[in-house]
Design a protein around this ligand. Structure first.
Ligand SMILES: CC(C)(COP(=O)(O)OP(=O)(O)OC[C@H]1O[C@@H](n2cnc3c(N)ncnc32)[C@H](O)[C@@H]1OP(=O)(O)O)[C@@H](O)C(=O)NCCC(=O)NCCS
Length: 332
């Protein structure tokens, strides 16, 4: 039997910091309001000439280097993004594969918003376990600043740019294998969080209106409630189905949307503070990049060790949700 192992992590955060203070000169808000309601203090913003693929490539190069593999051993790249370099095509994954100098590999993007990283983890696991691929590079990369309306205080305070990547490889050692990945979706809640224009389903408004509606729009308060309910339910299910007690979780790594959401889920699961990984304060919500950026943070701080069990949990537009039980299994 072939299993899939989580071998390595890498991430990249753009240099430019957008603080709450600076945002409060752009819209009617305050550092105090943002901190109290979200836990976010600052977020990173990519440069004008820095695209989603550029963010992804920095993260990917680190993840490949740390995996101990030669980059030519990568046989598939999957990128989760809602802010691709180009609308429709080419995919950001193919641009990254070319920038990495990789030819003749499988490369494609998926759209599952903030749950994107959990979705691509499930894809990597399935391709590896079926024997179709051996070393899959998964990347969550977002330049959300390109689809954020900086005149809307309900959304612009939340989102930031960044990327994270991981290498998932085939192994015959069950002890180092990804234990389980859950993914789900319910389009009935599509209008909670969406970019209404730019696709074949858009209303054909004036060009100005059409451009404005390409930005993210969100019903924040309703999204908040559904997020807490869905995240908690999904995590309880994956733990029960795998007979794993929350005490065995070394690192709970939720999607970094809002500190209050994370706290509510952590409390519902009776997790201790030292089990919960938080990066929302410094990066805000980076959608599909948020979980791998958080994993990278604890890795670089020396807090993530071989064999430790991670519980990932995400929720996002669509609606989509997902969770995963993943031991960290580096080769070296
Ligand atoms: C967006 C969010 C922070 C708003 O916090 P909230 O406590 O729900 O606030 P509400 O939307 O109920 O608004 C409360 C008041 O604050 C105001 N407000 C909204 N944004 C504000 C801001 N940035 N600064 C100051 N006031 C703001 C509202 O206009 C409202 O004013 P009113 O009472 O006079 O009408 C919160 O709903 C949230 O984080 N939701 C989840 C979002 C999310 O995670 N999305 C991504 C999913 S992956």
């Amino acid at each position: 039997m072939v299993y899939a192992a989580f071998r390595s992590i890498g991430a990249y955060a753009p240099k430019k910091i957008l603080s709450n203070e600076e945002l409060s000169t752009m819209v009617d808000t305050t550092d105090e309001w943002i901190t109290k309601r979200t836990g976010i203090k600052e977020r990173r913003i990519a440069a004008d000439n820095e695209y989603t693929s550029d963010l992804g490539i920095y993260a990917a190069e680190l993840a490949i280097e740390r995996s101990g593999l030669n980059k030519d051993e990568i046989d598939m790249i999957v990128c989760a993004t809602i802010s691709p370099d180009y609308f429709c095509m080419p995919s950001t994954a193919t641009i990254i594969s070319t920038k990495l100098g990789l030819k003749n590999i499988t490369a494609f993007d998926i759209s599952a918003a903030c749950t994107g990283f959990v979705y691509i983890l499930s894809i990597a696991k399935a391709f590896i376990e079926s024997g179709m691929k051996k070393n899959v590079l998964i990347i969550g990369a977002e330049k959300l600043s390109s689809i954020t309306d900086y005149s809307d205080r309900g959304t612009c305070i939340l989102f930031g740019d960044g990327a994270g990547a991981a290498v998932i490889s085939a192994t015959d050692n069950k002890d180092e294998a990804i234990i389980d990945v859950h993914t789900g979706a319910d389009g009935a809640y599509a209008d909670l969080l969406m970019t209404p224009n730019g696709g074949s389903g858009s209303a054909h408004d004036s060009l100005d209106q059409e451009a404005a509606n390409c930005f993210m729009q969100m019903k924040g308060n309703e999204t908040f409630k559904v997020a807490v309910r869905t995240l908690t339910k999904d995590v309880v299910e994956i733990l029960n189905e795998n007979n794993i007690n929350s005490e065995s979780i070394k690192h709970f790594i939720p999607h970094q949307a809002n500190y209050r959401i994370i706290k509510a889920v952590g409390d519902a699961l009776k997790l201790r503070e030292d089990q919960v990984v938080l990066t929302v304060e410094k990066y805000g919500n980076t959608s599909g990049a948020s979980i791998p950026m958080a994993i990278n943070d604890i890795y670089e701080q020396g807090r993530l060790k071989k064999g430790e069990l991670m519980l990932l949990d995400a929720f996002g537009g669509g609606l989509t949700w997902g969770s995963a039980l993943v031991p960290f299994s580096p080769l070296k």
